[in-house]
Ligand binder design. Sequence first.
Ligand SMILES: Nc1ncnc2c1ncn2[C@@H]1O[C@H](COP(=O)(O)OP(=O)(O)OP(=O)(O)O)[C@@H](O)[C@H]1O
Ligand SMILES: [Mg+2]
Length: 458
Amino acid sequence: MAQVILENIYKSFPLRQGERSKDAESEENVSPAASSSASNSVLRRINLTVEDGEFMVLVGPSGCGKSTLLRSIAGLETLTGGNIWVGDRLVNDLPPKDRDIAMVFQNYALYPHLSVYDNLAFGLRRSSGRKKEEGRRKKEEGRGKREEGRKKGEEESIGDSKNLGDADSINYRIQSWGEDFLVGVTRNLPKGLRYVSAREKAVGDRVLKVAQLLQIESLLHRLPKQLSGGQKQRVALGRAMARNPEVFLMDEPLSNLDAKLRAETRAQIVQLQRQLGTTTIYVTHDQTEAMTMGDRIAVMNAGQLQQVAAPLELYRNPANLFVAEFIGSPPMNFLQVQFTAPLLISHPQFRFTLPDVWARSLQQYDGRSLILGIRPEHLSIHPPATKNLSVQVDVVEALGHETYLWVSLTDAPAIRMQVRVGPDRTVRVGEEIWLAISPEKIHLFDPDTELAICPRTI
Ligand SMILES: Nc1ncnc2c1ncn2[C@@H]1O[C@H](COP(=O)(O)OP(=O)(O)OP(=O)(O)O)[C@@H](O)[C@H]1O
Ligand SMILES: [Mg+2]
């Protein structure tokens, strides 16, 4: 297993004819290399450390560079600048096959002529062969040290020459050749009479274990064309998981599954990742996946990281307006308000006093406008009062366990907000209601920098 370190990652693609560079708008944010007039920067100064064994979720709007970042880590894109470390290896110039990384692609690709079993076993056979060779070479060069801590569990039974003395190493090779010979000569015999090598048996055990976890055991003999989209996606996931690499990269691996299977597979991936302890970077658009799967979430926008933090930390303390809007479903509501020191927030439709903890950080904003953020779950229906907000209900979305309301401000119908209410509350479309904003739950943002203003206790 390994830590992944991304240092100042830049990636730009050459512009096609007639295409305008987006870099012109924010030239200071990009490297000289990436800001050439004939290129578009897709990744801009990405610095991120994914700890050994960590599950990092990468989220961001479509086109922000998530897949490009994963493909760069896997070695499928050449960086314009920066370094990528996997463990203690600088992998910038290593081809994908030597990075010991398994990637599940957004558009999964299975080998069409191989059965599900062989698709799952394919990478495993190749990587076990390669790891065996690598282990042997390192042993011979007297520097197999780093490998030793890495290959545990079933990987050991697949075959590795670590810890073998010279005599053992020769015995090992003879045994390997012998096994390959027996496999070759018995290949065309009926199944029960075929020789199954220890390595192939270990491959089989691992394939079966992954297939059971992903509930695809009954599909092992089918070809990809005989599978549904969701089944293919689980095979693609299994193929990466079976290999037990140093790092998993997963690019929206559950997007083709139905809601139930998606929830089940989500739990299975998390369980398997915890068992294997493999460092994972997982791209998703799904809020539930982002909040529930990751140890930390990295939020990206326009090729830049916005904030990296534990899910609840992001939800409670978003660093800027973008993160505040992106994390949470339905998203946070925003209103422009006026601030008067020491603690008064006013809006044409309401006014209230903030808790004391805000006094110090808001001193410099006296008489200025601020952006107030409030989540749909922190608004509640209350009787009329000057501190409450009068709205009209436009749409009622009853989900059973809770209800979402789309409302518009009575005095400014163009401003819409979303409210989350309990399932027992009956609200009619067209009804006028009053909403209370919990002052303890509000977020405030500087309208110029869009950065969050944090309450300070000292
Ligand atoms: N080979 C390429 N040549 C030119 N531009 C590219 C290339 N690959 C990606 N891009 C551009 O880079 C940007 C980032 O693309 P990328 O696929 O990384 O986005 P993404 O965050 O994965 O989006 P999505 O969520 O839709 O999958 C997009 O504007 C895309 O058009
Ligand atoms: Mg993508």
